[in-house]
Design a protein around this ligand. Sequence first.
Ligand SMILES: [Zn+2]
Ligand SMILES: [Zn+2]
Length: 182
Amino acid sequence: MGLYNWRGIFQTKATDLDPKDSWNLEFDDTLEPDSPNPGWAQYIKSTSARWFRCSQCQRSFPSNHVIVLFHMRLANGQGTVKVRRFKQNCKICKAAPMESPSVDDDNIGILLENLVEKIRVKCYHEPPKTGGRQFVNIPVQNPHEPSHCEGCIAGICIKKAPGFQSWRFCFPYHCNKLRNRL
Ligand SMILES: [Zn+2]
Ligand SMILES: [Zn+2]
């Protein structure tokens, strides 16, 4: 469920774009929300993860609050999409490392379909369509844990995650930055 899947699915979705241009997708964990480089556009969307796997205890846990940040640019016929999948870590292990999500192909497809629509608007200046497909929820037993979620820590998870109903989880993890965005 790594880069290979994301790239392959992106290529099938990107065939609708101008065939004169070629598009590539890469992971980049250094992307920061709200600060794309000049000439780059941004798209943030949530999805679900079938699992995050703790590399300390090997436990895996699912989540319906997984933030994915895209920065994209089209220059001289070459399109580039950089992707940061916000990580989460195990709540049982002490100082557990942050782990990348494993997202089902169906949900990668929905996410990248929405991304291609955003590319049409931001990079090809086509008029926006309304809507966009929502990701498929997966069964999750435990509540979302903001202190174990990079997206929450960055202040972009709760707001962007549809269906998340309570603000009580966000305080004090959300900073002024989030308030300023609302
Ligand atoms: Zn663990
Ligand atoms: Zn979160």
